[in-house]
Design a protein around this ligand. Structure first.
Ligand code: NDP
Length: 268
């Protein structure tokens, strides 16, 4: 069996082993996939030890930036994102770092949910690691405008400057924007604590605006409950993104893209 793993801290909650096992069974690929808890001060040691035999890893919170610094080369997506969530050990032993989070998000929105991003006004809420990782793939999908809003405005401005050559991107503070948009993506960690980013309800045009919370939970997230109360046309959570980013990692490692629909159905 070819060995793969997800490394994080904490890691007990990770659905990645379940997802990749289902991918392996479905495609007939002989893979074993485990979850590894790395000490907070020794991600590099855990990675090195596993990759002495293992062929690839997924990286999750809080090690994605460290992973970026440790690999030998980056895909263009990872280069811009400044974070790596997928590592492949190449035949010569060198490590290739990719970031599949953004591709996963865009595929979930466009392919699974059926919302074409071309020409849409999109608001990205948050300017942390998750937001940074999805900007380039979002801009590549051709929205008419991608506005980043963040509690700490300077961080949104930094990201808008970093990606300014990739498409129509701007930055603002939470309450600076009042006009309705077509799609709001919540990339803050506020939902983790049951909180809401302090954005205007006027951003949602009832029956028209779609809302997407990158977080997922067994019940609707605080953000999606709020969005539904404002009359959002659709409220989506990040489980589809999780499965799609995993499928992109599987494709990189195995050269086969699994069918994500039955896996997403099984997880729901
Ligand atoms: P970071 O810690 O890097 O960034 C946190 C962001 O949330 C910052 O923009 C911060 O604003 C903002 N924030 C935190 N609390 C609040 C609050 N109470 N009100 C307003 N803004 C707040 O986290 P990540 O970017 O790594 O993760 C963000 C979310 O994305 C998490 O919920 C994570 O689970 C999810 N995620 C989902 C994935 C999936 O596959 N579905 C993949 C990756 C992430 P400020 O800068 O002002 O502090």
């Amino acid at each position: 069996m070819d060995r793969y793993a997800v490394i994080g801290n904490p890691i007990g909650h990770s659905k990645s082993p379940q997802i990749h096992r289902m991918f392996g069974e479905q495609t007939g690929q002989p893979i074993a996939y485990e979850a590894l808890l790395a000490p907070l001060d020794d991600f590099a040691g855990t990675l090195r030890e596993f990759l002495a035999e293992g062929l690839g890893v997924n990286v999750t919170v809080p090690f994605k930036e460290q992973a970026w610094a440790l690999v030998d080369q980056h895909t263009p997506a990872a280069e811009r994102a400044g974070a790596v969530n997928t590592i492949q050990r190449l035949d010569d032993g060198r490590l290739l770092g990719d970031n599949t989070d953004g591709k996963g998000l865009v595929r979930d929105i466009q392919h699974n949910a059926g919302l074409a991003l071309a020409g849409l006004k999109v608001l990205l809420v948050g300017a942390g690691g998750a937001a940074r990782g999805v900007i380039q793939p979002l801009l590549a999908a051709g929205p008419s405008q991608l506005c980043i809003v963040n509690r700490t405005v300077s961080k949104a401005e930094e990201l808008a400057a970093l990606f300014a050559d990739q498409g129509p991107i701007s930055a603002a503070g939470f309450q600076w924007i009042e006009e309705p948009v077509d799609l709001i993506i919540n990339a803050t960690s506020a939902s983790l604590a049951g909180d809401l980013p302090d954005i205007s309800p006027n951003l949602i045009r009832p029956g028209h605006t779609w809302c997407y919370d990158m977080m997922y939970a067994s019940e609707a997230t605080a953000f999606n409950r709020w969005a539904a109360e404002q009359g959002a046309a659709r409220c989506l959570d990040g489980l589809g993104m999780l499965v799609e980013q995993a499928a992109e990692a599987f494709l990189l490692w195995r050269g086969v893209r699994p069918d994500t629909a039955p896996v997403l159905k099984a997880l729901r």
